[in-house]
Design a protein around this ligand. Structure first.
Ligand SMILES: Cc1cc2nc3c(=O)[nH]c(=O)nc-3n(C[C@H](O)[C@H](O)[C@H](O)COP(=O)(O)OP(=O)(O)OC[C@H]3O[C@@H](n4cnc5c(N)ncnc54)[C@H](O)[C@@H]3O)c2cc1C
Length: 557
């Protein structure tokens, strides 16, 4: 059995930054990742990373914009710390070798992003995530650590009230193994594949969130799901907010710049929840194009600017929608993009389970509250990745040695063996597709009690069917049928938490928009949802939001 002080699950920006911090504190660190680190979804991030670095901008404004963007559900102490850490974090990444785009005078170029009072999104053309990920990965390569590549986390083992390690699957051999660790940092990223129409990669299945929930961690604010306003019509591939940051505008079928009606001051650069609702309303009220979509126009920006600042957007539009943004509008509709909720942590990345930490999109600190601002998530991975790494490193200094038993492995693996043993049963792919259809059609941008209740009934029925899931492929190596089943089980568990939280929250705040409760209700609902796993499903409780300087006001853009 392998042993380490700290096991980081996930090798995206959050996992790598957490690992670096723990290694630098002198700990023996391992990273477990189901993908090669550079294939993590962080590498798909396009538009940029926020930091108030210019003379005209300020940490104060970044803080206020983030609080307002969160619809006042973000914890203000965490947001203050986050925005103060932004400048040093970006400079550190630059010193690690990230090649950011530059202005004429050689300073870091910045573009305006939605919901931001100032152009503060620093970028590397429209490949910012990849630029950051490569630089961090190279830097991490100079440090001593063990990488378990193409290993899938199955379960976190908790005994005597604290973490003892994990059980994982080595995809390449098909062997199951235990890794003992005093601390586990969950940095497994997004869960967007719960939806069918999403900008998230196929690997974004929320495994670590689900495993932490099973291990006793609270999940926080899971009902808040972000829909990005502009994804390509058919494929759901993201068209970065940077396209509107560069001056792109949205138009309906009559050529009207409809955002003038929804956000008269900042128009196309209102926050994402506002723009997504505007697009869906235009289409619902018959002002979209036939088939249901709107146009994003970049043509007026000119070929040179479009092709230099938005290279990937040009490629994606040409290849996947058959349109050239230099001469034609891009057909777009919203798609699931980000989970504001996740494993509940404090500012140090600590969860309620001793020895279990989390950072990045899998975690909920919470700085995004009910709605995340574009460019704040890349920053979050780095700021709170480091926090979690440092906190775990200091915890292991005094934590007792972890003890794993053979029964821990058996407990995790027995259900899998029974999935293999069946001669007939449910196909995991089919259950996944049905779950995605339910979530797309009933738990989307606008929600009602009736639709959410129906979604819960359908998700619970799918969970029952999942108990009879069958893995038809019996091969050991790279068994994708098995991976599919594991991921689908995790996503079904999280889908239930999302829906239960959404039914309970009888108000509209940020991305959670209830047609039957259209107003924000600060008296009853200015609080975080916490979900614990009970025998009959999620058990909800609530926790206060930390306020420091900013009193809730109506949000107008
Ligand atoms: C298309 C797209 C564009 C975006 N653009 C921006 C942007 O411009 N600016 C911004 O701020 N944010 C952006 N975001 C959001 C941001 O990129 C993500 O929230 C962030 O990068 C997530 O980083 P992470 O380290 O938490 O997770 P990831 O980078 O997704 O890494 C997750 C890691 O966990 C591992 N993992 C998952 N499950 C398991 C398992 N069971 N066992 C072992 N390992 C596992 C994976 O192998 C991977 O290494 C974008 C997101 C998308 C989808």
């Amino acid at each position: 059995m392998q042993r380490h002080d700290v096991v980081v699950v996930g090798a995206g920006l959050a996992g790598q930054r957490a690992a670096l911090a723990a290694i630098q504190a002198g700990r023996d660190v391992a990273i477990v990742s189901k993908l090669h680190p550079l294939r993590s979804h962080s590498g798909a991030a396009q538009g940029g990373i926020n930091a108030a670095v210019g003379k005209e901008d300020s940490v104060e404004t970044h803080t206020y914009d983030t609080v307002k963007g969160s619809d006042y559900l973000g914890d203000q102490d965490a947001i203050e710390f986050f925005c103060q850490s932004a400048g040093p974090t970006v400079v550190e990444m630059e010193h690690f070798g990230t090649i950011f785009s530059r202005g004429e005078d050689g300073s870091l170029a910045r573009r305006p992003f939605g919901g931001a009072g100032f152009p503060r999104t620093i970028y590397a053309a429209d490949r910012t995530g990849l630029a950051l990920l490569q630089a961090l990965y190279e830097h991490l390569g100079t440090q001593p650590y063990t990488l378990y590549e193409e290993w899938d986390l199955l379960e976190v083992v908790v005994r005597d009230g604290r973490v003892q390690g994990i059980v994982a699957l080595d995809r390449r051999t098909g062997e199951f193994a235990e890794i003992a660790a005093k601390a586990v940092i969950m940095a497994t990223g997004p869960a967007g594949r719960i939806y069918g129409r999403t900008t998230n990669a196929h690997s974004c299945t929320g495994d670590g969130i689900a495993a932490s929930y099973r291990a006793g961690a609270f999940l926080k604010d899971m009902e808040f799901v972000q829909f990005h306003p502009t994804a390509l019509l058919e494929s759901g591939i993201l068209i970065t907010e940077g396209a509107r940051g560069e001056g792109g505008i949205l138009k309906n079928a009559s050529g009207e710049r409809f955002m003038t009606r929804y956000a008269p001051h900042v128009l196309d650069l209102a926050s994402r929840d506002v723009v997504s609702r505007a697009i869906v309303t235009e289409v619902k009220e018959g002002r979209g194009f036939p088939g249901g979509y709107v146009h994003l126009e970049l043509m007026h920006l000119g070929k040179e600017r479009i092709e230099s600042r938005l290279q990937e957007i040009c490629d994606f539009s040409r290849k996947f929608a058959g349109v050239d943004p230099v001469t034609q509008p891009i057909p777009v509709m919203p798609a699931q993009h980000y989970m504001m909720g996740g494993i509940g942590t404090n500012l140090r990345g600590e969860t309620n389970v001793p020895g279990l930490y989390s950072a990045g999109e899998a975690a909920c600190v919470s700085i995004h509250g009910a709605n995340r601002l574009g460019g704040n998530s890349l920053l979050e991975t780095l700021v709170f990745g480091r926090q979690a790494g440092e906190a775990a490193a200091s915890y292991v200094a005094t934590a007792p040695s972890p003890v794993l038993h053979e029964t821990d492995l058996d407990q995790a693996v027995t259900p899998i063996r029974s999935m293999w043993g069946r001669t007939d049963g449910e196909d995991p792919q089919r259950l996944r597709t049905e779950m995605q259809t339910t979530m797309d059609s009933l738990v989307g941008i606008y929600r009602t009690a009736g639709e959410l209740e129906e979604a819960l009934r359908q998700i619970r029925a799918l969970r029952q069917r999942f108990a009879r899931v069958r893995i038809a492929d019996t091969s050991a190596q790279f068994n994708l049928n098995l991976i599919d089943a594991l991921e689908t089980g995790n996503m079904l568990e999280l889908a239930e938490v999302i829906v239960v939280g959404a039914i309970a929250r009888t108000e509209s705040r940020g991305a959670h928009s209830r047609l039957d409760y259209p107003k924000r209700d600060d008296v009853a609902w200015l609080k975080h949802t916490l979900a614990a796993r009970g025998p009959g499903g999620p058990v909800l409780s609530y926790a206060p939001v930390t306020m420091t300087r900013f009193e809730p006001k109506e949000r107008v853009y």
